[in-house]
Design a protein around this ligand. Structure first.
Ligand SMILES: [Zn+2]
Length: 203
């Protein structure tokens, strides 16, 4: 037998359950909406997907990285400024007692023979030299920003103690070939690539 009071209680509980059942979907919808809003602000991966090179015996990935190397030309800065402005500049030892008084390209800040600070001289244009030796570069390796294949040429320049290495912009080299220095004054690379040689005689 169930007393009247108990019956009332049961009916109240039933009502409560019914009320709960009616409220729940609304709350659920609100919660869903809130989660959706939060999800819109979620952390995203903004990098590039890494390529897997191998998985066995261990996973090896290709992780490209680039760095900016801040490099100073220091006391050799005038050489690079000269290239940008279409001038080939060389360094000379001013010490009269020095056994080497010829010009140096690539330039030296100090004389390799007597350690005196070098002085600058501009080679008058046109700078004409002769190919001392040459080689064809098919694979340049990392860091050489020239299209391959190219002709690397060592050029004898009158008055120089050195035989600087550069490249022939076009044409086919031969030993003794007369070449003229030219400069990348338009869009310079600000590197030694800003001067190169072109044939000075008919090919
Ligand atoms: Zn010297």
């Amino acid at each position: 037998m169930i007393s009247k009071g108990v019956k009332e209680e049961i009916s109240m509980v039933k009502k409560k359950v019914q009320t709960k059942k009616k409220v729940q979907p609304k709350k659920k919808a609100q919660m869903k909406k809130r989660i959706h809003k939060e999800k819109e602000k979620q952390i995203k991966f903004i990098g590039q997907v890494i390529k897997i090179r191998q998985t066995e015996p261990a996973t090896v990935i290709e992780w490209p990285r680039s760095i900016t190397h801040v490099h100073t030309y220091g006391m050799l800065s005038p050489f690079f400024k000269g290239l940008r402005e279409g001038r080939l500049m060389a360094a000379r030892c001013p010490n009269e007692k020095c056994p080497e008084n010829r010009l140096w390209i690539p330039p030296r800040a100090h004389c390799p023979d007597c350690h005196t600070e070098m002085v600058w001289e501009t080679l008058p244009n046109p700078v004409i030299g002769r190919i001392y030796t040459f080689t064809e570069v098919v694979y340049a390796g990392t860091g050489i920003e020239l299209s391959t294949p190219y002709w690397q040429v060592d050029v004898e320049i009158p008055g120089l103690a050195t035989i600087p290495k550069s490249y022939l912009l076009y044409g086919k080299p031969h030993i003794g070939m007369k070449v003229k220095a030219e400069f990348r004054t338009k869009n310079p690379t600000n590197t030694v690539l800003d001067y190169y040689w072109v044939p000075y005689e008919l090919l």
